[in-house]
Design a protein around this ligand. Sequence first.
Ligand code: HEM
Length: 418
Amino acid sequence: MGDASEVPDVFDPRIYAAGIPHDRFRALRDHAPVARQAEPEILGWPAGPGFWAVTRHSDVVRVLKDSRTYSSSLGATQIRDPDPADLPFIRRMMLNQDPPEHGRLRRLVSRAFTPGRIERFAATARERARGLIGEAVATGGEVDLVRTVTDDYALLNLTDLLGIPASDRGLLHAWTERVIAYQDPDEPPVLDAEGRPVNPRSPAMLAEMFGYAQELAAYKRTHPADDVMTSLATSELADAELEMFFFLLTVAGNDTVRSAAPGGLLALAEHPGEQARLWGGKVSMETAVDELLRVHPPVLSFRRTAARDTVLAGQAIAAGDKVVVFHASANHDERAFAAPHRLDLGRSPNPHVSFGDGPHVCLGAHFARLQLRVLYEEARAACGGVELAGPPRRLVSNFINGIKSLPVWLKEPTARPV
Ligand code: HEM
C-alpha cells in the first residue's frame, strides 16, 4: 500500500485537465486510502519529497479537524514545499496558521463578514447576474459562459465586498491567475536569473499586490464605507497582516467562485433531467447549490504537515510528512454518499467538504452560496435551459478545479419545461 509505484497518480496537475480522475480516486479509496504519492519534476517545477494522499471522506474530515496532528503552519497548505526562506512570510496568512494563533486573526476578520453585510450584496449581485445573463441570452447563439458571464460575475462581486473600484477588477484577475493558474501552460511562469520558475507565493511576486492593498487601506481610513476593506483598515490588524489578508481574500474569494459558477452550470447542462427539475421549481435552490458544489468542488486539495508520528486508516505517518486531503474524492466516497455519481439536486443531508472542515472551514461560504443561488435563479428566470455547445476547457492544476471556457446554448425562455 505504501509503494508509490502500485497506486494511481493523483498528483500530476495535467490529469485534471481531463476532469476529476474518479477512477483513480475510487481505486485509492478502496485499496489505499492513505497512499504514497511521488512528486516528480513537472512543467519545470522541481521535484518534491512526495506525500500521503487522503481520499476517504471520514479521513479527510479527521485530518481537517485535527490541527494538532495535521498542521497548516509547519509546511503551509500547498502541495509544493515553499522555499524555507519564504515560510515565515507565508505563515503571516491565517490560512497557514494553527490554533491558537489562527483564532486571533480568524475572530478579527470574521467581524468584517457580518451576515447583514453579505445579505446587502444580494441585490447588487442579482442585478449583475441579470445583466450579464441577459446579454448572453440576447446574442441568440453559442456563448462562452466563462468569458461572458461567470468570470466577471465573481470578480465584480468580490470587488463590491472588498470595496475596490470595479475598474480595477483586471488587476485582481491578473494577480489571482498568477497564483492559481501557475501550473497551466496558458499562464507561462515568471523565471528567475537561472531560468527556474519563481514561486508565485513568494514575497517578490506579491509586492505589487501588497502596495495596492496599503494604498486602498489608506483611502478607506479617510473615506470609510460599508465594505470589508474599511473594516480591516480600521481594525487592529498590523500592516503586514492586512496585506496578507487582502491576498488571501483576492485568491480565496475569487478563483473558487470562478470555478463553482461554471462548474455548476456545466453539471446542469450535462444532466438535463435534473436541470428540468430545477427550472420547473420541483427542487429547492438551497439543496441544488450544495449538490452542485459536491459534484464540482472548486478546491481539489489542501495540504497539511504531520506534527507528530501518527496512524491514519492503518497507515503510519511520520512527523514532518506531507498529508494532502482530496476534497473531490471525499465528496464522491460511497461510504458517505448514496449513489455518489448521481446528481441529485434534492440531496439532503449533504455533508460535502467543498468548504473544508475544522478550524479553517471557509469563511466566505455564506457569501459564496449566496452568489451561486442568485446566479442560478437569474439563469432560470432568463432562459429556458442551458445546453452544452462543445466540451469545456479545464485548468491544468491539482489545486483549483478551474474551467477556462464553457461553450453553451442558452435556450429561449419559451423553451421552459412545464
Ligand atoms: C464556492 C466557493 C468557495 C469554496 C469552494 C471555498 C473553499 C474553501 C476551503 C476548502 C477552505 C479551507 C482551507 C483549508 O482547509 O486550509 C477555505 C478557506 C477560506 N475561504 Fe473559501 N471558498 C469559497 C469561497 C470563498 C469566498 C467567496 C471567500 C471570501 C470572500 C472565501 C474566503 C476564505 C477564507 C478567508 C478562508 C481561510 C479561512 C481560515 O484560514 O480560517 N472563500 N475556502
